[in-house]
Design a protein around this ligand. Structure first.
Ligand code: SF4
Ligand code: SF4
Length: 430
């Protein structure tokens, strides 16, 4: 994680909280999909255990008390050899007259020695996923694990679906392994001399690099936000026009930046797929999967951001505009495929396997079952005393959440102002 340089800054993941800027408005409390936030004494309190890095809270905070902080570009210079692994949404950020090849060239000018595109291995990843579906006939549907926010959401809110997650590393990690091996072999460098940095569109990818779940491997050295380098790239247009280095791009694989394209690519040979984007849509669909209402699908693509990675909060461009550019790039690009023996062999050898994805319980009333049941009854009683309008004015996201907080002695019944007002009115009338 980036270094904590201001004492009022509280890191819980890549989302950072500036306590002094918080005005206690509760907007963040209302949108958090895992009920990770409370407002007490006029300030937000965030539970890092429940946070899935969806960055919904960041998008609604009126004072920027909540922000996403990724690694700074300067952090790449501590490595002798630097590789940028770019998310498929990167090329979509730049207008046609700037040119996606200039956008790729710019990364060399920023100090990278080599650039790899996630797009290089989308076809290989699709092949690996089709094989995974075939050798796991008893798991339906299998859920994509490409989006780290979705992996955390399943851990926090849908732990019974953990076995359904695709238990293999993401394409960005597979690429990092491929390049690290290649650079060591070809350049004779030591492991510690090589810095591999993701160029990412979302907060959850930053957290996944620094705090990987389960036994996801630490294959990257950092994650830089697209919006951190965007203006620097634009400012170089003139020098980029003069740079004649050849740029090979795998633009035909950029489709996975768009919601639905991963599912479409995997849907061959009788494989039925479905694609969902936007955290609240995903939650609805995961509830249906828990109820076995979607068992007919072999594979379901799930993305935290609306429209897929082009909708990530660390992008610059409107997601629809970026998506349209990417479609154009795909249609006009040469179809290049890279050799898949390396990736498929490592996958078959189990190198990309991910295990130990554990549940992260959202709410635990008590470790002792008997006491927990008693507390559950008390929660029900208190909930019945509350107005049931889930206004969040008390600082808890719902009336039930306030009841739980009261039972856990983290809040008081008097925190519900609506109830207090009703009681006062009633008393005045008597
Ligand atoms: S990033 Fe998402 S999960 Fe985390 S506190 Fe904010 S809204 Fe909640
Ligand atoms: S949205 Fe949350 S963090 Fe931002 S000012 Fe309101 S209560 Fe504070």
């Amino acid at each position: 994680m980036p270094q904590n340089d201001i004492h009022t800054k509280e890191y819980f993941h890549s989302v950072v909280f500036y306590r002094e800027d918080c005005i206690g408005c509760t907007k963040c409390v209302r949108v958090c999909p895992t009920e990770a936030i409370r407002v007490r004494m006029g300030k937000a309190i965030i539970d890092p255990h429940r946070c899935i890095d969806c960055s919904k809270c960041v998008s609604v905070c009126p004072t920027e008390a909540l922000r996403v902080e990724a690694d700074k570009l300067e952090s790449i210079y501590s490595f002798k050899y630097r590789l940028a692994v770019i998310s498929a949404s990167y090329e979509g950020q730049f207008a046609e007259d700037f040119g996606f090849k200039n956008a790729l060239k710019a990364l060399y000018h920023l100090g990278f020695d080599e650039v790899a595109e996630q797009a290089m291995i989308t076809n290989i990843t699709a092949e690996i996923i089709r094989d995974y579906i075939k050798i796991h006939p008893n798991i339906r549907p299998i859920l994509s694990s490409n989006c780290p926010a979705i992996v955390r959401l399943v851990q926090v809110r849908f732990p019974s679906l953990l076995p359904n997650l695709l238990h293999i590393e993401s394409p960005m990690s597979m690429l990092a392994k491929y390049y690290r091996d290649k650079i060591i072999r070809e350049k004779g460098l030591k492991e510690e001399d090589i810095g591999i940095f993701l160029i990412v569109p979302s907060a959850s990818q930053v957290t996944a690099v620094h705090q990987p779940e389960g036994n996801y491997k630490h294959l990257h050295n950092g994650a830089i936000a697209i919006n951190e380098i965007y203006s620097k790239v634009l400012a170089m247009q003139k020098e980029l026009e003069e740079d004649t280095r050849p740029i090979v791009s795998y633009a035909n694989g950029l489709s996975w930046a768009l919601s639905g394209m991963e599912a479409e690519e995997i849907a061959t040979e009788g494989i039925e797929t479905l694609a969902i984007s936007g955290i609240h849509n995903v939650i609805e669909v995961l509830s249906n999967i828990e109820g076995h209402r979607l068992d007919q699908y072999h594979y379901i693509e799930l993305r935290n951001c609306e429209q897929g990675c082009v909708g990530g909060g660390l992008n610059i461009e409107n997601p629809f505009v970026a998506a349209s550019r990417i479609r154009k790039l795909i249609n006009n690009s040469e179809k290049i495929k890279i050799d898949n023996d390396y990736f498929f062999r490592l996958y078959k050898e189990g190198y990309f396997d991910v295990t130990q994805l554990e549940p992260r319980s959202m709410m635990e009333l008590d470790k002792d079952i008997k006491t927990a049941i008693t507390k559950m009854k008390r929660v029900k009683e208190i909930t019945d005393m509350l107005p049931g309008i889930d206004c969040a004015v008390c600082g808890s996201p719902t009336c039930k959440a306030l009841a739980e907080d009261i039972v856990l002695e983290k809040a008081e019944l008097s925190d519900c102002l609506i109830r207090l007002r009703k009681l006062r009115t009633k008393k005045n009338e008597e």
